[in-house]
Design a binder for this molecule. Structure first.
Ligand code: SF4
Length: 314
């Protein structure tokens, strides 16, 4: 691989074509870290409004560390994978205890919820430290540039990284994967690295990287109950997301009534079909509460929100 040639053309291309994203307008390690955690498993366009709201309410580790967990989860609500939000707050508390944001790779890597990729991204972008950030986009680009499914991706990424500006170099490679070297139908004619790309030369682009076996989506049927008392609705603590509330599923003593509606909802690899039913309950489950939607703000799970929308539209 002609590392120097790729580095040069990639840097030029990135300067002209990079997207203007809010976290690219700052060198604040705290803000960059928040963006990287939000971007795990979530698309850029979906993250932007969450990032803006979160940073406005929690502009520094102190603000995040001292917030009520329910408020942190409320601002995260809709991004999914709530353990990320809990880890953010745990890490912010550790930062405050340690006197500020850590400034070296090992200490960043030791933060709750931070893996190799995130530690490399934050330490290179915020502090200019020479760590190659390897995410799914980079893995795909490197395999294609090397023309091999067995390329040593972290080693190749490290060789490809521009040590004078590791943050820009890492972002350029990720941006190439996000905008040009797409998973299917990559835009090779527009690619700044085309002249040095082994897969393009060999005509093997379409077979790299080799397809991964997708986990089979599990389909399941579930029922959520709307049990009312006056204007209030029965909720139970969520068994899936700590700090959230769910509509109950059928429980002992519940008397099931009319079907209000149904909807589909995915949780990780499981696909659910939820039926929403009215119900009466002479006795309610331990730990449940009567919720007044008009007068009390609670973190209600996304599936239960969808069920309540069925009620409104029925
Ligand atoms: Fe990817 Fe095509 Fe560029 Fe090679 S030439 S890096 S396959 S976009």
């Amino acid at each position: 691989m002609d590392y120097a040639a790729i580095r040069r053309s990639l840097a030029r291309w990135f300067q002209r074509n990079q997207r203007d994203l809010p976290w690219r307008r700052t060198r604040d390690p705290y803000a960059i870290w928040i963006s990287e955690i939000m971007l795990q498993q979530t698309r850029v366009a979906a993250v932007i409004p969450y990032y803006d709201r979160f940073l406005k309410r929690f502009p520094n580790p102190e603000a995040l560390a001292t917030a009520a967990e329910a408020e942190v989860l409320a601002l995260w609500s809709g991004l999914g994978y709530y353990s990320r939000a809990r880890n953010l707050q745990k890490a912010a508390r550790d930062m405050v205890a340690a006197g500020g944001f850590p400034r070296d790779y090992a200490s960043i890597r030791a933060l709750a919820g931070v893996g190799d990729y995130t530690a490399a991204a934050v330490s290179s972008i915020a502090f200019g430290l020479p760590h190659a950030a390897v995410d799914g986009n980079v893995r795909r680009v490197i395999m294609r540039l090397a023309g091999s499914a067995t390329a040593d991706v972290p080693a190749e990424a490290t060789k490809l990284m521009d040590r004078r500006n590791p943050g820009r170099s890492n972002q350029a490679l990720m941006e190439l994967g996000a905008l040009i070297c797409l998973p299917s139908a990559p835009l090779c004619v527009e690619c700044p690295a085309q002249a040095s790309c082994e897969a393009f030369r060999q005509g093997t682009v379409a077979s790299l990287p080799p397809p991964r076996l997708k986990p089979v989506a599990v389909r399941k049927e579930r029922t959520l109950l709307i049990v009312r008392r006056g204007g209030r609705i029965l909720l139970v603590p969520s068994t899936r997301v700590k700090g959230f509330w769910d509509l109950p599923e059928p429980f002992e003593k519940a008397i099931l009534g009319a079907t209000v509606g149904s909807f589909g909802h995915s949780i990780t690899t499981s696909r659910y079909r939820f039926e929403v039913r009215e119900a009466l309950a002479p006795k309610v489950p331990v730990g449940s509460i009567w919720w007044d939607p008009k007068n009390s703000i609670l973190n209600v799970s996304t599936a239960s929100k969808k069920a309540l929308e069925c009620l409104q539209s029925s």
